[in-house]
Design a protein around this ligand. Structure first.
Ligand SMILES: Cc1cc2nc3c(=O)[nH]c(=O)nc-3n(C[C@H](O)[C@H](O)[C@H](O)COP(=O)(O)OP(=O)(O)OC[C@H]3O[C@@H](n4cnc5c(N)ncnc54)[C@H](O)[C@@H]3O)c2cc1C
Ligand code: SF4
Length: 342
């Protein structure tokens, strides 16, 4: 690991100023020409950042921790029924929060199913949304792939069993955040604040960037900008939701597949609107729009859930080693719909 200076940011201006370059930009230079001694980077819990430092994939001159900035660790119930969450709230705090558990059980289940208890005690929601992908070629310094500024995707014809089945050209990462799957299904918004104090507020869904647009970054974070809140909208009566995750093992791991379903159920029992999002399926949380359309306006039963689950795979382009994800997702979508309406 390359030595770096360490400090705690005391306020938002210091924190945003410290993010002199995005981590994605800092990692795109070739390893042998990485500008050493220049970038300063912000850190939350450090789970993902320290991995990158240990592999020498990232060599910042300075790291500023966001943990002392007032207000970033709060969970606030808002007028109108929504909830505002600071980016420094840990996954463990989310999973245990009684109001979040009661209003957004799919979200707290997703937080609870991520990683291990020790990691959840440290990992923050902000860091979770902004963690870099798990593609093993990306994580290994020996492979200078396209996402790191090279000109080759090693996964495309290599070991791609954990990779994307949608939107997987010219890079087949899956987005690593399990929380993001449910937050997109719930219609969460985020707030970003830059060093000048300018605030951007946008749908989380619109924050993610597909490789067809820019292969070097997963999101639209700008230099000198930090994530300052995540807002969950109110849930009207009749809202039903579920999140299911399937991994290789039950103890701790990123998912092979995860699915979030949010349904607005009318008083007559029909589904007004469905939001179905697949995680570990694409470089960004993936809306299964054909499945959503199939449920809208109908009374949901087991047969309809099965047909919608099948439609949810429309447009999939599996790679040589990940076609097993098709039946896996189909089963998870069907079960998540039925769990939501149970
Ligand atoms: C064994 C293991 C299993 C795991 N399983 C899962 C899983 O199932 N699901 C899942 O989703 N994750 C999983 N993870 C990943 C883990 O949840 C993330 O690494 C963690 O949430 C990152 O949060 P952090 O606070 O440590 O972020 P950090 O490592 O501190 O930061 C991550 C990135 O975000 C940036 N950053 C952080 N906060 C801000 C901010 N407010 N504004 C701007 N930039 C910011 C940092 O600069 C850095 O680039 C697993 C990790 C491990 C080690
Ligand atoms: S899938 Fe993306 S991150 Fe992985 S090797 Fe290919 S270009 Fe690199």
């Amino acid at each position: 690991m390359t030595p770096f200076a360490w400090a705690n940011a005391r306020n938002l201006t210091e924190g945003a100023s410290a993010a002199s370059i995005t981590v994605a930009e800092a990692m795109t230079a070739a390893p042998d020409v990485m500008p050493r001694g220049q970038p300063s980077i912000v850190m939350a819990g450090g789970i993902d950042l320290l991995d990158l430092l240990k592999e020498n994939l990232l060599t910042p001159a300075t790291i500023l921790s966001l943990k002392d900035i007032p207000g970033l660790g709060r969970i606030v119930e808002e007028d109108g029924g929504g909830v505002l969450i600071g980016p420094m709230v840990t996954l463990a705090q989310l999973a245990d929060h009684p109001v979040l558990r009661q209003r957004y059980p799919a979200f707290t289940d997703a937080a609870q199913s991520s990683a291990s208890p020790q990691i959840r005690n440290v990992a923050t929601l902000g860091g979770n949304l902004l963690q870099r992908p798990r593609c093993w070629y990306f994580r290994a310094a020996e492979y200078h792939c396209s996402r790191k500024g090279g000109n080759h995707c090693f996964a495309m014809f290599g070991e791609n069993q954990y990779h994307a089945i949608f939107d997987n050209m010219p890079c087949a990462i899956v987005h690593p955040s399990t929380s993001a799957t449910t937050l997109v299904a719930l219609g969460a918004r985020i707030e970003l604040t830059n060093a000048q104090g300018t605030v951007r507020n946008l749908l989380l869904e619109d924050f993610f960037v597909l490789p067809s647009k820019d292969i070097r970054r997963e999101n639209d974070l700008k230099p000198q900008e930090i994530l300052t809140s995540i807002s969950l909208p109110s849930v009207p009566p009749g809202t039903r939701m579920a999140h299911l995750k399937q991994g290789e093992k039950d103890s701790f791991d990123w998912p092979l597949a995860d699915v979030a379903v949010v349904l607005d159920v009318a008083p007559d029992g029909s589904c007004d609107r469905a939001s179905i999002v697949l995680g570990a399926a694409a470089p960004a949380p993936h809306r299964a729009r054909a499945a959503e359309a199939m449920l809208a306006g109908k009374h949901i039963d087991a047969n309809l859930a099965k047909s919608a689950a099948h439609a949810g795979l429309d447009g999939a382009t599996p790679l040589a080693k990940n076609a097993y994800k098709l039946p896996l997702f189909e089963t998870l979508i069907q079960r998540a719909i039925l769990k939501a309406i149970a």
